[in-house]
Structure formats: structure tokens, C-alpha cells
Design a protein around this ligand. Structure first.
Ligand code: GLA
Length: 389
């Protein structure tokens, strides 16, 4: 992305400004460990080089003026720091206000506003976390403009809280963590039980991660997401009558099978089973990756998808079609949906010399079955949220 182009766009919208700061916040892919970041499980995401940019100029008054190059029809969105309440037609500014409210509640004073031109290269609603990317971007802007003493992990927590209590999606911490704490060429092994983490070299040998965007709009995704969370909470409550656990993922698969008889509701059983088995797959996946066993890593991706399809039921026709198509191609070691599901993106682990052939086969097959195009591109793992200039 050319920063000069973004600065020109800023100037066109807001006129000449004295001071411009430049910020970037990435999107993320999750390699494995899906829907367990709110069940105390281990997840394995990475930040990607697609993300959200902001050109920001501080103001002396209390106004905030926002413009997105992705939503030009919305024009300039303006509000005052003295009123951060949710308006009816909030659109993307909901993430900006949501983060500001969290900073204020945490005791950070926001004395003055800013003008910001924002542009994202993450397709919206693709499951690559354009919203968490924006939340961390706003956190970084506030920190930089007002000189707060706050760690990235605390900004990650405030951003998650904004999503939970202001936006109303009861998400876990994985997306915000991967985005804020991302590091070029590394995936993050994050234990959501206690937030301990380790960087693990994403050593994929002669393979790449292919991102496969189904372009299926994630309608109802947020309400379905919250519904899955509630189901896990119910399952946990029942299992707690049998075992001394704080989260579903405190149980190994063997321990789970011993106490699972209390889950007489078959749906709750399958939800909990996904969480427990997925957590074990993540641990195995990290082990085999560090030993360079990419074939086994690919198998675990496949098993993760099957569990998300059959037990957790968050895939759908588009994601299943694209994953099946990928797995049928020579040179593909494994594939799975990534993110919340219900549409959005899947990933495939593909041998470098097969990438082009795999892309055209998937593109053709997907269009035939689904009727519209998928977008396919190779992911590059990049750094977390930062001030660029
Ligand atoms: C969304 C949420 C994350 C996580 C994933 C599923 O991306 O924001 O917290 O739960 O879904 O793994």
C-alpha cells in the first residue's frame, strides 16, 4: 500500500493538515484452534500483511471526523468526544466509539479528537477480522496521540471488551491478540486459559497458506456465534457437576469421555466434544509443525474442519465446498475454515509448486457449484498493530 496515496486521499477529504501520523493494523488467519478461545483452549493464529491503514491528524477540539476509503458513500462521519453513545445508524464508527468508551472507562482521559482517513485491504465480513483490526488501530491511535502508558496486551483486552460490550459480539480474545501481538513470520501459540503465549516459527517448508474467501456474506453470523457460546456455557455447567473445571478445554479427550454422560442433550455433547478435541489437535499441530511434519499438520487441519462441520456446525455449504475442492487437489496437504465460520474464509496448506494449478481448479469448481466466484490468495505473515510514521 502506498502511504503517499493514502495521504493524498486524506488531504482531498479533510483539506491540508499540519501533522499526519500513519498507522497500520493487520488482519489475522487462525491456523488451528477454532471456537475454543472462549473455552480456555489453545489457539494458533498469525497476523497477516493485509490490514487497515489510518492517516491521522490530531485536532485541538473534541471533534472526531472519520472517513473510510472502503465506504465512500458514507462520507465523513463526525461525532463529539462528549457523546460516545451508540446512534442507530452507526456503521463502522461503532468500533471507533466502542474502543474510546473502553479507554475512558479504564481511566484514560481523551482530551482532544482527530481527523482520520481509514483504508482497509482486508475484505469485510471475510472472517479475517477486519473489525478487530480496526479496534486495535484505534487503540494505537489513542495511545500515540495522548501518550498513554499502556501495554499492547492491555490494548488487546480493551479492544476485545469494546467488541463484547459495545458492539455486542461475545467474542474471545484470539483475534485482538493475534492482531496486536503479531510478528512477521511467526504464529502465536496462545493459551486462552491464562493468556500465556509463545511465538512459534511458522515453518511451512515448501508450502504456503492459501486463503480462500468464499465471498459468502456472514449473515446472522453474530447471533449464531453468541448462540454457540451459550451452548458451551450450558455444557460447561453440566460438566462442572462431575469435574472440577473452569473451562471445557480443561478436560482431555479421555477425561471428557468419562464425564460426558451428563450431556444428555446430543447437541450440547457435540459442542463440548468439538472444544475438547480441537484443543488436543492444536497441541499436536504445534508439535508436528515444530518437527517439520507438514503432512501430519495438514491432516490435523482436515480433522479440525470435520469437527467444525459435524460437531460444532459452523461451516455451511460454501465453506464445505471450498474445503472439499481444495482437499481433492494434488499438492494440498490439508484445509479448513478459519475464523467464526458461517461463510467467510478457509485456508489450505499447499505445496508452492502446485499453488497456481490448485487456485485455478478451486476457482473453476467453486463457481460451478456455488454460482459465484471465490477469491484466492497466498497469505503472508506480518507484524502486529503499529505506528508507521
Ligand atoms: C471469531 C471470534 C474469535 C474466535 C473465532 C473462532 O473470529 O472473534 O474470538 O472465537 O471467531 O475461533
Amino acid at each position: 500500500m502506498k502511504i503517499e496515496t493514502l495521504k493524498d486521499a486524506f488531504t482531498k477529504v479533510f483539506g491540508e493538515e499540519k501533522e499526519m501520523k500513519v498507522f497500520f493494523s493487520p488482519g489475522r488467519v487462525n491456523l488451528i484452534g477454532e471456537h475454543i478461545d472462549y473455552n480456555g483452549g489453545c489457539v494458533f493464529p498469525a497476523a497477516i500483511t493485509y490490514g487497515t491503514y489510518a492517516i491521522v491528524s490530531p485536532r485541538e477540539d473534541q471533534k472526531v471526523r472519520l472517513y473510510s476509503g472502503n465506504f465512500e458513500d458514507r462520507g465523513i462521519i463526525e461525532f463529539d468526544l462528549s457523546d460516545l453513545s451508540h446512534t442507530e445508524d452507526e456503521h463502522w464508527s461503532v468500533y471507533v466509539k466502542g474502543v474510546m468508551v473502553q479507554f475512558k472507562e479504564a481511566g484514560f482521559n481523551i482530551p482532544t479528537g482527530f481527523d482520520a482517513y481509514v483504508f482497509g485491504t482486508i475484505p469485510n465480513g471475510s472472517g479475517l477480522s477486519s473489525s478487530a483490526s480496526l479496534e486495535l488501530l484505534v487503540s494505537q491511535i489513542l495511545k500515540e496521540l495522548h501518550g498513554y502508558e499502556i501495554s499492547m496486551v492491555d490494548m488487546v483486552k480493551l479492544s476485545q471488551k469494546a467488541e463484547n460490550s459495545y458492539v455486542g459480539v461475545n467474542c474471545g480474545i484470539m483475534d485482538q491478540f493475534a492482531i496486536g501481538m503479531g510478528k512477521k513470520d511467526y504464529a502465536i501459540k496462545l493459551n486462552t486459559n491464562d493468556l500465556s503465549y509463545e511465538y512459534a516459527q511458522a515453518n511451512l517448508g515448501d508450502n504456503s497458506i492459501l486463503i480462500m474467501n468464499t465471498n459468502k456474506k456472514r449473515e446472522l453470523a453474530d447471533s449464531k456465534y453468541n448462540e454457540r457460546r451459550e451452548e458451551c456455557d450450558k455444557a460447561l455447567e453440566l460438566l462442572q457437576t462431575q469435574a472440577d473445571i473452569k473451562f471445557l478445554c480443561d478436560l482431555t479427550v479421555a477425561e471428557f469421555e468419562k464425564v460426558a454422560h451428563v450431556l444428555t442433550d446430543e447437541v450440547l455433547y457435540r459442542r463440548a466434544k468439538h472444544a475438547v478435541t480441537e484443543n488436543e489437535r492444536v497441541k499436536l499441530a504445534i508439535d508436528v509443525l515444530s518437527n517439520g511434519d507438514l503432512k501430519e499438520f495438514g491432516q490435523l487441519l482436515n480433522q479440525s474442519h470435520t469437527s467444525l462441520r459435524d460437531d460444532y456446525e459452523v461451516t455451511g455449504k460454501e465453506l464445505d465446498t471450498i474445503v472439499e475442492l481444495a482437499c481433492a487437489q494434488e499438492g494440498v496437504l490439508g484445509a479448513r475454515m478459519t475464523g467464526a465460520g458461517f461463510g467467510g474464509c478457509a485456508i489450505a496448506l499447499v505445496q508452492n509448486d502446485a499453488v497456481e494449478a490448485v487456485k485455478s481448479a478451486i476457482a473453476k469448481g467453486y463457481k460451478e457449484v456455488i454460482g459465484y466466484d471465490a477469491d484466492l490468495y497466498v497469505a503472508t505473515i506480518g507484524d502486529g498493530t503499529k505506528t508507521l510514521a
